[in-house]
Design a protein around this ligand. Structure first.
Ligand code: ATP
Ligand code: MG
Length: 713
């Protein structure tokens, strides 16, 4: 059991009595050390499996820990989130503590907040509802009562989505309504468990006699309420082992704080404190960048940073790529992923990490275009978001009215029409102040407005109906069922996880740090978020940014300040140490311009083969002509290609667009290639698809019937 651990990890595993605190950087084996610790204690007969409670922060992490413990021969140990552990205890003790059975958990909290708002005669739109709900949640986990909300929020530097007095009023009405309806919410589960353990010594004793040993992973993100619960579980005992990395504190905005981790020794003077610095996860190249980021960090968490030392063999240098615009950046990432997969890297070993949900649409589209299967984690698919669906309904409605909608009477061009329709959905020229749900919702609508602008620039004369058709096509491509795929996740949801290859995208000022991070603390939390992102990579790390949002836009963005002095060609405090450590620089270490593939596009701008206009829209580039230039497509051939594609998709169990997208099939039906060379020149074909499908496609183009043998297998 102890063999798979280094000396410091072994110290953690064998210190089974008394308080233990592990302060260590990313990838140093904290999670591994605590699972081995529990397993070692159980197998050595020192710990009773049923007396151990291991706590983590997500259900996924808890499930993974249970799995690892089972593998290590320590089944029967409870590994839970704070919430699920509390819920179990509350359910069990409710009849004794309160009487009757536990109230139902409210399933639609937002609705309850809406009802509370109605009771207070305060009108909240959807986004505000979500933001106010966030404020109520924050108040509860920081144990702030309604009357204290305003001063507490001001002290914590929170940007309230409404007048703080109104939020306090809503919070109070929400609590009343819950009580009247005899329901409790997620936070109440912790609050009530705390209350029961505080008030009822007999129950507290019963819980304490059951659990003798506590282990907490990711302790830097513990909230004051969770900390209180932990203290009540412990009582006056000290068999507590906590592990965490203050440099990975990324949930301060929800009320979490690394102070409990950093002050552990003060609260437990006899604690065994172990520091781990060997990084087993990442190559020296990745670790070098992570250390460089931390070297520039400021604040309390940064004062406790530890320099990581990679234990792995050298790997490729991080690749930095600059792109002219966001779609090009997304296409660049998708293309590299395609190449990696073609060279044998499994899709599940690759991740693209984004800062905000609003970035995901561009990546979903680029991956779909490149035929790369993907799955989303911690982010909702763009076209599934309620505001996007609602906006779609509004646009469809307006399109049906044609020019007869009075709203659109005086508006002729498509982007203005879209702006007019979406104003009704809450879109405004300037983004709303602050962060949170209102901002995210605005970002979604702004993404639709931008999409309409790009669309109409590439298709002069396009109507609202054309746009609606385009949105439908995109939505259906993205809704294709996912198989094992590349992970597209937010940086926040990537905590604790690891992949061989990680793409950190949108690493530009405004996104990283995000525009609404204003205070020094907020900026530092953004830096930590980037550190979390970098340290998810085992071997390959791709960092990229775009100079402008859309093709042809003003290139007024600059790479994130956090990379200053770390990426080659930039100046910063750490420049010298970065340069001295980077050793053999591998290919692709470019900063002046985009890496190879986008550069190829820039050298030879794609032109419409009918009218000769320069093409900027990804879809038109695939078609090799403007969408509205006359098409000489062989409709019959197109239909035959589509039938063939459906069969291929069915056989491989992949969505049809992974074989070829509609646009690529159209381009094939228009070009009618005679040989492989001609087929290869069609965008979206590529070497892999040429090898796999080239013969079939050329045969269909030559008018041959594919033999039964070929179509059956
Ligand atoms: P994070 O801060 O990101 O949560 P962590 O400190 O919890 O990271 P782990 O996830 O436990 O780190 O470990 C990182 C990787 O290193 C895992 O793949 C783990 O199996 C491996 N690892 C950890 N310790 C050792 C060791 N002593 N020998 C070999 N591999 C190890
Ligand atoms: Mg971990």
């Amino acid at each position: 059991m102890l063999e798979g651990l280094d000396p410091e990890q072994r110290e953690v595993a064998t210190a089974l009595q008394g308080p233990v605190c592990v302060l260590a950087g990313a990838g140093t084996g904290k999670t591994r050390a605590i699972t081995h610790r529990i397993a070692y204690g159980v197998r050595a007969g020192i710990l009773q499996p049923s007396s151990v409670l291991a706590v983590t922060f997500t259900n996924r992490a808890a499930g993974e820990m249970r799995g690892r413990l089972r593998q290590l021969g320590a089944a029967g140990v409870q590994a839970r989130t704070f919430h699920s552990a509390a819920l179990r205890q509350l359910q069990y003790f409710w009849p004794k503590a309160v009487g009757g059975s536990m109230p139902r958990l409210v399933d639609r909290k937002i609705q309850l907040v809406a009802d509370a708002a109605a009771a207070c005669r305060i009108r909240l739109d959807r986004g505000e509802l979500r933001d106010v709900t966030g404020e109520i949640e924050w108040s509860k986990v920081t144990q702030t009562v309604p009357s204290e909300y305003a001063p507490a929020a001001a002290k914590a530097g929170r940007e309230s989505p409404r007048d703080p007095a109104e939020i306090a009023q809503l919070y109070s009405a929400y609590e009343d309504l819950k009580r009247a309806r005899a329901v409790i919410d997620f936070e109440d589960v912790l609050l009530l468990t705390v209350a029961v353990l505080q008030d009822r010594h007999d129950i507290a004793e019963q819980v304490r006699s059951q659990y003798q040993h506590f282990v907490v992973d990711e302790y830097q993100d513990v909230s004051p309420l969770q900390q209180r619960l932990l203290e009540l579980w412990l009582g006056d005992r000290e068999n507590l082992c906590v592990v965490g990395d203050a440099s990975q504190t990324i949930y301060s905005f929800t009320g979490a704080t690394p102070d409990h981790l950093l002050d552990f020794r003060t609260r437990h003077p006899g604690a065994t404190v172990v520091k781990l610095v060997r990084d087993y996860r990442s190559t020296p190249q990745v670790v070098h960048l992570a250390n460089g980021l931390l070297a520039q960090a400021r604040g309390r968490a940064a004062d406790h940073r530890l320099e990581l030392v990679s234990q792995r063999a050298a790997g490729p240098e991080p690749v930095y790529s600059e792109y002219p615009d966001e779609p090009a950046e997304a296409e660049g990432a998708a293309r590299r992923i395609r190449e990696l997969m073609d060279s044998g890297v499994r899709a599940s070993e690759i991740a693209i990490l984004v800062r905000t949900n609003s970035q995901s649409e561009t990546y979903e589209q680029a991956l779909a275009d490149a035929g790369v299967p993907y799955q989303l984690r911690g982010a909702e698919r763009f076209f599934d978001r309620p505001e996007v669906r609602k906006a779609g309904v509004a646009l469809r409605g307006a399109a049906r009215f044609g020019g007869n909608d009075s709203l659109l009477d005086d508006v002729v061009d498509l982007p203005s029409q879209v702006r007019a329709v979406l104003s009704g959905e809450g879109w405004t020229t300037e983004p709303p102040a602050g962060s949170g749900a209102v901002r995210e919702r605005w970002e979604s609508l702004a993404a639709l407005v931008n999409l309409a602008q790009d669309f109409s620039a590439s298709r002069p004369g396009a109507t609202l109906s054309d746009l609606v058709a385009e949105l439908d096509e995109r939505a259906s491509a993205q809704h294709a069922p996912t198989v094992e795929g590349v992970t597209l996740a937010s940086l926040h949801s990537a905590k604790g996880l690891e992949w061989d290859v990680v793409f950190l995208v949108g690493v530009a000022e405004g996104m990283m740090p995000i525009t609404y991070a204003k205070t020094d603390e907020q900026i530092e939390e953004e830096r930590r978020l980037l550190y979390v992102g970098v340290t998810r990579a085992r071997e390959r790390l791709h960092v990229s940014w775009a100079l402008s949002r859309s093709p042809g836009g003003r290139p007024n963005r600059r790479p994130s300040r956090f990379l200053d002095g770390l990426r080659p060609g930039s100046v910063g405090a750490a420049a010298r140490s970065a340069a001295s450590g980077s050793g053999g620089v591998e290919r692709g270490f470019t900063t002046s311009r985009a890496d190879t593939a986008p550069r190829r596009r820039q050298r030879t701008p794609a032109r419409c083969r009918v009218c000769g206009r320069t093409l900027t829209d990804a879809g038109e580039m695939k078609l090799m002509r403007c969408e509205d230039c006359p098409s000489d497509m062989d409709e019959g051939l197109y239909e035959r290609l589509r039938e063939w594609r459906a069969l291929q998709a069915q056989r491989s169990g992949q969505p049809a667009f992974c074989v070829f997208t509609d646009k690529t099939l159209m381009a094939i039906a228009e070009t009618v290639p005679d040989d492989e060379g001609e087929l290869a020149r069609i965008p979206g074909v590529g070497t892999r698809k040429l090898n796999r499908f080239g013969a079939d496609v050329l045969a269909i183009c030559a008018g041959q019937e594919l033999g039964g043998e070929e179509t059956e297998n």
